[in-house]
Ligand binder design. Structure first.
Ligand SMILES: [Zn+2]
Length: 517
C-alpha cells in the first residue's frame, strides 16, 4: 500500500547536478597497485586449464577439500567452505553493443582450514589462467562451482591471493520465484542486482551473506555511460573513447549487495547530514524521481535517530529503467530501483542499510529479519510524518481474511526459496514487530531495535538471537509470542474474526510503488 500523506519541507539534496561524462574525477586517489596482487585485465582469455584426475596428481598435496556450500537450507551450493574472503578487487569492462564482460578478479582470502582444493562460485564465463599467490592453479568446473587446486596445500590461517581472469556474455540468473538477477541488460547498459544468488553471474565470489568483505570495483564503459558501484567513487578516468569508474567500499559487504550498474545517468552529488551522497538517475525517470529523492537526506536522518548512526561512509540511490528486473533492491550504500520509487519504497530500501546490509541474516530462511524490519520502517515513517500509524496499518492488515496472501507462509519459515520474497514475509513480518512493540512497550521496543543494530552491525544474525535479545530487553518470556507470529501457518486465531466487510477491503500484497526486496 502506498503511504498516503507525506508532507515535508523540501530538503536540499541537490548540491551539484553533473551531467554524465562532464563530471570531474572525484577525489582521484589511485589505488595502491600493491593491493591488487594480480595482473590487469587482459584482452584475450586462454582456455580453461584442465586439471589432471585426482589420483594422477603429483604428490605433496594434503589437507581437506573445501566444501562446495555452507549448508544454507535454500541455496546449498552458495558460498564455500574453508575460505574467508577479505577483499575483492574487480577490474571489469563491459560493452553494451556486444554484451561482453571481461575482467580480472583478485581475491585476498584467508584459509579457515587446511585446503588442497577450494571452490568459488561463478556461473559460465571463459577463464584465463587462474593463479594462487602468482602460481598457476588447476581448475575444474562443476555448475556454479569453480574448483581451484593450488600447487601447494594452503595451511589453516594462511592468507593467499587468487587471480581469476574471465570473459563472456553474462547470463542473468533466474530465481526460484522466476525473477531475474545478476548482470541484467537494460536498453542503455545493465542493472546489477544480486539478491539472493546473482553475484556468481558476473564475478567469482564466495556467495554467502556470512562472508562479508571489502570491495574495489572498477568498470570501463563506452564514453557517455556511467558505472555506479558501492561506496565511494575514487577515480573516474577517460581514455580511448572509454571511461573507467573505480568504486571502493571499505566497509564489510555481503556479495549479494554489490552492484556496478551502468547506463546513461544524470548524477547528483551532495550530502545527507555529514554523509556524501551520489544519486544516479536514468533521464527517463528523473521527473518522477526528483520529489522523492529530495527526501533522501531527511529519511537518512530519521532512520539514524530511530536506529543509530548510519553504518557506511556514503549513501545514495540508483534509479534505472529496468522493467525486466521489476523490483528495487538495497544494494549497499546505493539502493537500486527499477523505476522511479515512491516514498515508501525509498524509505524501505534505505532502512535495509541498517537491517539487511549492516545486520545481515546468516541463513536465507531468516529473511523476515530484513523484510519485516524494512516494512515496519515504512510504517513508522508514515506514523511520524502525518500518515497512517503503524498500529492503524496493523489493524487494517488484521482484517485480512484467512485465505489472504498475508498469512502464509509464516514469515519465520518461508519454506522454499520460491517464497523468499512472498508478501507474508514483508507484511506479517512487520506485523510481528508491531505486535511486539505493543506487547513490550515503546521504550523496550526501541531499545531492542537499537541494540540489535549496535550489537550486530557488520555481522550476521539469526531469528533465535533476536528472540533472545527481545526477551533480555523486555524481561518477558516471548517464546509463545514469536512461535505464534513467526512460525505458525495461517491467520493467528487471536486476531479478530474477519467481518463480512473484510473481504471487500482485501488488500493487495504490500508492493505499492513497485515491488521491492
Ligand atoms: Zn526489502
Amino acid at each position: 500500500m502506498p503511504i498516503r500523506s507525506s508532507v515535508y519541507a523540501a530538503c536540499a539534496v541537490v548540491v551539484a547536478a553533473l551531467v554524465v561524462g562532464a563530471a570531474a574525477p572525484v577525489a582521484a586517489a589511485p589505488l595502491d597497485p600493491a593491493d591488487l596482487g594480480g595482473s590487469a585485465v587482459s584482452g584475450t582469455v586462454a582456455p580453461v586449464a584442465a586439471a589432471p584426475p585426482e589420483a594422477t596428481r603429483p604428490g605433496g598435496r594434503s589437507g581437506a577439500v573445501g566444501a562446495p556450500g555452507v549448508d544454507d537450507p535454500f541455496f546449498p551450493l552458495a558460498g564455500n567452505g574453508g575460505i574467508d574472503v577479505q577483499d575483492y578487487d574487480l577490474r571489469l569492462s563491459y560493452n553494451p553493443a556486444t554484451d561482453r564482460l571481461e575482467g580480472t578478479a583478485t581475491l585476498r582470502i584467508v584459509a579457515t582450514q587446511d585446503l588442497r582444493r577450494f571452490d568459488l562460485d561463478l556461473r559460465k564465463f571463459t577463464l584465463g589462467t587462474v593463479t594462487v599467490d602468482g602460481v598457476p592453479a588447476a581448475i575444474t568446473r562443476d555448475g556454479q562451482e569453480l574448483q581451484i587446486t593450488p600447487k601447494r596445500t594452503l595451511r589453516k590461517g594462511a592468507a593467499f591471493t587468487v587471480v581469476v581472469p574471465y570473459a563472456g556474455v553474462p547470463e542473468p540468473v533466474v530465481d526460484p520465484d522466476g525473477s531475474s538477477e545478476g548482470f541484467v541488460p537494460t536498453k542503455d547498459g545493465a542493472v546489477v542486482v544480486n539478491e539472493p544468488q546473482g553475484s556468481p553471474g558476473w564475478y567469482p565470489a564466495n556467495d554467502t551473506p556470512r562472508d562479508k568483505a571489502t570491495y574495489t570495483i572498477a568498470m570501463t564503459v563506452p564514453r557517455g555511460l556511467t558505472a555506479v558501484g558501492n561506496g565511494a567513487l575514487v577515480s573516474q578516468t577517460a581514455a580511448g573513447g572509454r571511461t573507467t569508474f573505480t568504486w571502493r567500499e571499505r566497509f564489510p559487504m555481503a556479495p549479494y549487495l554489490t552492484t556496478i550498474t551502468l547506463g546513461k545517468f544524470v548524477v547528483t552529488t551532495g550530502r545527507a547530514g555529514g554523509i556524501p551522497t551520489y544519486v544516479a538517475v536514468d533521464p527517463s525517470q528523473a521527473r518522477a524521481s526528483d520529489p522523492v529523492l529530495r527526501k533522501l537526506p531527511e529519511m537518512v536522518a530519521f532512520l539514524q535517530d530511530l536506529y543509530g548512526q548510519y553504518p557506511f561512509e556514503t549513501v545514495g540511490a540508483i534509479v534505472d529503467d529496468a522493467p525486466n528486473v521489476g523490483y528495487a533492491l538495497e544494494t549497499q550504500t546505493k539502493p537500486a530501483f527499477d523505476r522511479a520509487p515512491d516514498d515508501a519504497t525509498l524509505l524501505h530500501e534505505l532502512s535495509h542499510q541498517w537491517y539487511g546490509d549492516a545486520v545481515t541474516l546468516r541463513q536465507w530462511p531468516d529473511i523476515w529479519l530484513h523484510e519485516g524490519f524494512a516494512t515496519w520502517s515504512e510504517w513508522i515513517w508514515a506514523e511520524r510524518h502525518g500518515g497512517q500509524t503503524a498500529q492503524q496499518r496493523f489493524d487494517e492488515l488484521a482484517q485480512e481474511p484467512a485465505d489472504s496472501y498475508l498469512w502464509n507462509p509464516p514469515p519465520g519459515d518461508p519454506g522454499s526459496p520460491a517464497d523468499l520474497f512472498s508478501g507474508s514475509v514483508y507484511d506479517r513480518g512487520a506485523m510481528t514487530l508491531q505486535a511486539l512493540r505493543v506487547k513490550i512497550g515503546d521504550p523496550a521496543f526501541f531499545t531492542l531495535m537499537r541494540r540489535w543494530y549496535a550489537e550486530h552491525k557488520y555481522g550476521n544474525v539469526s531469528t533465535p538471537e533476536f528472540v533472545a535479545l527481545a526477551q533480555q530487553v523486555s524481561r518477558q518470556d516471548l517464546g509463545a509470542f514469536f512461535t505464534a507470529w513467526l512460525y505458525t501457518p495461517g491467520k493467528p486465531p487471536f486476531l479478530a474474526d474477519d467481518g463480512a466487510a473484510a473481504a471487500s477491503a482485501r488488500l493487495a500484497a504490500s508492493e505499492g510503488g513497485g515491488r521491492r526486496r
